[in-house]
Structure formats: C-alpha cells, structure tokens
Write a protein that binds this ligand. Structure first.
Ligand SMILES: Nc1ncnc2c1ncn2[C@@H]1O[C@H](COP(=O)(O)OP(=O)(O)OP(=O)(O)O)[C@@H](O)[C@H]1O
Ligand SMILES: [Mg+2]
Length: 248
C-alpha cells in the first residue's frame, strides 16, 4: 500500500511544491518509488519536474490513472500532471466528500504500487485541499520561518483535525517542515523555536535553508538533488528524507 501524503498549507509560497518534489526525489534515490500528484492549477510540480501540464486533469479524464502517470528523468520518480484549465479546477473542487472518497479509491486501487504518493496542494483551504486531506494518511505542512507563520499553521491544522474527525479517521499530521531558513535572521530562529515548542516532535529536525540552487532547479525540470547534488539545499532535503524514512 502506498503512503499517501498531502503537502499543504493555505499560505502561498511556503515551499509546498518544492518540498513535495524534493522529498519524492530523495525517496526515489533511496530505492522507493514515488509519485507526485499535482492538484494545483498552477501546475508548478508538473513543470518543476520537467513535464507538460495535461489538457484534461488525469483525475477527470475518465481513463485509468496509471495511463496518465509520466516518468521523469529520474528513475522511480513519476508525476501525475496537473491541468491549468479553470474548468477542471472547478470540476475537481466540486462535491468535496464524494471527491475525497473517489480520490482515495482511485489512488488506492490504481496507483497503490507506488511506495509514496505526494499530493501537492494549492495555497488554500478550499475544496481541493480538503479532498486531498480526505484521501491522505498524512499531511506534511511546510512553513516559512517568518512572522505570521504560526497563524497560518493553526488554520491548516484545524482543517486537518476536522477532516480526521468527520471523514478520514486515519489522517495524521506526519510532519512540519521548516523551510527557507536563514540562520542569520533572528526572527527565523525565533519562529523555528516557537514552532518546535508548540508542536514538539511533529516538527522535522532538518531545517531547509534558503538556497538559490533550490529555486533554480525547477527551471531545469530537475529536483535540487539532481540539479546541484552538493548544494546545501540538496544536502538538507537528503537529510529530511532520512527522517521521513525513519518515520516509516
Ligand atoms: N529553500 C528554498 N530556498 C530558496 N528558494 C526556495 C526554497 N524553497 C522554495 N523556494 C522558492 O520559493 C518559491 C515558492 O516555493 P514553492 O513554489 O515551493 O511554494 P508553494 O508553497 O508551493 O507555493 P504556492 O502556494 O504558490 O503553491 C519558489 O520560487 C521556490 O523555488
Ligand atoms: Mg505550490
């Protein structure tokens, strides 16, 4: 059975897509098969892995999902491409509960041969994120080490709590990822320690530093692990992946 993990936070630009891509890439390097499912109409996870967005979102295309899975340039790392069509975004958002259970069934029955499936969510607590949480066993929440980080965190955690209580009892908070960390900023240190105080061991030990290689990699359609394996960012994501594996 695949481990299905939503990467979500309603705050934009906190490193959801970057974390989904690079954690999946690191797991693939460790010998596990990993699939990134792009449910964000921005399609950043799709293009960041060097793949073209789909005309029709695979979850709506009406054919077997496995047929829409695209292999990336890295072995064992695949993507289910997103679609930029607004009509598709609307259709995917419709009827939340039904969508969540359909999504869960589709992933479990058609793509269960992957070890890991990451759902890269859009920056909202709207229906797409809700459906993703309804279909997942875990949520990973990336947060940027800056002011307001905690406020956003409480909303997404509340949504996860509600989803668990109402429709998906299996959902757990799998981890909080501290991203774009700059140790020279006092504020970043304060935020990191505040989040740790509050959420304790849920927070991954590894701090993902702000590193230009991480932001350049997607324009080459590569994870940072392939784009700049020696960069600080690549080393940090590799360490984070070790923690993910430790939590298996
Ligand atoms: N550790 C990092 N160091 C430097 N740049 C980073 C880092 N993490 C992410 N970025 C850059 O920050 C921007 C936002 O990251 P990303 O797209 O992963 O966030 P997101 O939460 O998925 O955004 P959205 O909410 O729009 O989906 C991107 O340009 C990305 O390349
Ligand atoms: Mg994103």
């Amino acid at each position: 059975m695949a481990r299905i993990i939503s990467v979500a936070n309603q705050k934009g630009g906190v490193g959801k897509t970057t974390s989904a891509i690079n954690i999946a890439a690191g797991l693939a390097k460790s010998g596990r098969s990993a699939l990134v499912v792009d449910i964000d109409p921005q399609c950043n996870a799709t293009s960041g892995l060097g793949v073209e967005p789909a005309q029709r979102h695979p979850l709506l295309a009406g054919k077997a999902l496995a047929e829409s899975v695209v292999e990336t340039s890295q072995p064992r790392l695949c993507v289910l491409p997103g679609s930029q069509s607004l009509a598709d975004a609307d259709a995917l958002s419709a009827s939340n509960r039904q969508r969540a259970s359909t999504l869960r069934q589709q992933l479990a029955s058609e793509l269960s041969h992957f070890h890991y499936i990451f759902l890269d969510c859009p920056p909202s607590i709207g229906q797409l994120t809700r459906a993703a949480l309804g279909a997942s066993g875990e949520i990973y929440i990336p947060i940027q080490c800056e002011y307001f980080a905690m406020e956003g965190l409480s909303q997404i955690i509340e949504l996860a709590r509600q989803t668990k209580a109402r429709e998906n009892h299996r959902l757990e908070i799998g981890g909080i990822v501290l991203t774009m960390y700059d140790s020279s900023l006092e504020l970043a240190n304060e935020v990191a320690s505040e989040v740790r105080q509050y959420f304790d061991e849920t927070v991954f030990e590894t701090l993902i530093p702000r590193d230009v290689s991480i932001s350049e990699a997607p324009s080459h359609g590569l994870s940072v692990l392939d784009y700049a394996p020696r960069a600080r960012g690549a080393r940090a994501y590799t360490e984070l992946v070790m923690e993910v594996i430790d939590r298996e």
